[in-house]
Design a binder for this molecule. Structure first.
Ligand code: SF4
Length: 384
């Protein structure tokens, strides 16, 4: 087994427009920075892989953003050349690229295909025009439908992201979006509840009462509707927010949920290498400035103890619907789960939020509705 991670994430921090709810690392309308970004990314990759025999073999590559396909076909070609010089995807590897429907034309799709990209993750969010407008998305429902059909000519594996809990959205409008998505020739769907992150325009507008958050019960019903509708259309619920047809679970994201290690490059990109987690500096301008001077710029560098790693693995593993095999976790981190998290286990069992079955620990259906709260209970030990 390789001593180096077998997964790579590359962050492309450019978008056409900065949607009001988004707190990802990105800049909009600063396309003049793209050539500099490509040069700096190449430096960062060379720096992190210095002394290694390249290209390194990997099983998954994921280019996310931002909007990677906001780059022109020529710029995409440079990006993919840089990545492929450093990393070689295994024969059966998964190579995902995030994209938005607007601007995703044939020349871009052809460049992606020519570099062995084999999975497209599309930021569709909704098939309802008014919801797209509220979310400040720049495409129309018809654009998404057209792009999905076109993308399928290039890729067998297409995923779409959908958002529920949008101000003004009714349960039936959300169900309609789900039904539309489920009838499309796609293999994977991610559904996210809208969040109001501090510092975003949506956070401010919600506090001012300009945007009205949906009641928790409505959001819960929307989440349950997603599970019911997507599962009944053959999309298996395999992670808290993710659904896939048989054999199409996102292999790259499985690396995260099984607490395995991965390379990451670009501003704000989080990596996990040789037991150390760190994040590229989140400001795009500061990241560019550092790499222009050939200086690495990491934030939040953490070397976790075995106990902390085990806790993280529990939290991540519980996000999977099948949960995690307790004996595997205990063996891998040389811990006893009960000694690690006895009180959290007791609370979870007592409240019907977690269950143990055939050696696996997993969330119950009630636990699923409170997933973030339940998993965070395992983050720190209880005081004696
Ligand atoms: S397109 Fe996506 S990444 Fe870009 S600003 Fe909107 S939500 Fe954020």
């Amino acid at each position: 087994m390789s001593l180096w991670p077998r997964a790579v994430y590359v962050h492309v921090p450019f978008c056409l427009h900065h949607c009001g709810y988004c707190d990802f690392t990105l800049v909009a309308s600063r396309d003049h920075l793209i050539p500099q970004y490509l040069e700096c990314l190449s430096r960062e990759i060379r720096h992190q892989t210095a002394g290694l025999s390249l290209p390194l073999p990997v099983d998954t590559i994921f280019i996310g953003g931002g909007t990677p396909t906001h780059l022109t076909p020529d710029q995409l070609q440079i990006l993919l050349t840089t990545i492929s010089q450093a990393f070689e995807l295994s024969e059966q590897g998964e190579f995902s690229v995030e994209a938005n429907p607007d601007g995703l034309d044939d020349p871009r799709l052809a460049v992606l295909q020519s570099f062995r990209v084999n999975r497209l993750s599309l930021g569709v969010q909704s098939f309802d025009q008014s919801q797209l407008q509220t979310l400040e998305r720049t495409h129309q429902p018809a654009d998404a439908l057209e792009v999905i059909q076109r993308a399928r000519k290039y890729f067998q594996n297409v995923s779409v992201d959908l958002i529920f809990g949008v101000p003004g959205q009714s349960l039936s409008a959300w169900e309609q979006t789900l039904l539309t998505a489920a009838a499309l020739p796609i293999q994977h769907i991610s559904t996210y509840g809208l969040t109001y992150e501090q510092g975003t325009p949506f956070f401010r507008r919600a506090n001012q009462g300009v945007l009205r958050k949906l009641p928790d019960e409505v959001e819960r019903d929307m989440y349950l509707a997603a599970i019911r509708i997507l599962q009944s259309h053959g999309l298996n619920h395999y992670e808290v927010s993710n659904f896939a047809r048989d054999g199409f679970q996102c292999r790259h994201n499985m690396v995260y949920w099984t607490a395995d290690e991965y390379f990451a490059f670009g501003p704000g990109a989080a990596r996990y290498i040789h037991g150390v987690r760190s994040t590229g500096v989140r400001s795009v301008v500061r990241w560019l400035r550092s790499w222009n001077h050939h200086e690495p710029c990491l934030e939040d560098v953490e070397q976790n103890t075995s106990e902390e790693k085990a806790r993280e693995a529990v939290m991540l593993g519980l996000r999977l619907r099948k949960g995690f095999r307790i004996s595997d976790l205990e063996h891998r981190f040389n811990v006893c789960l009960r000694a690690l998290a006895g009180p959290a286990l007791d609370r979870g069992f007592r409240n019907g939020l977690i269950e143990e079955s055939e050696g696996f620990l997993r969330l119950t259906e009630n636990g699923l509705l409170l997933a973030d709260t339940v998993v965070s209970d395992f983050l720190v030990g209880d005081d004696p």
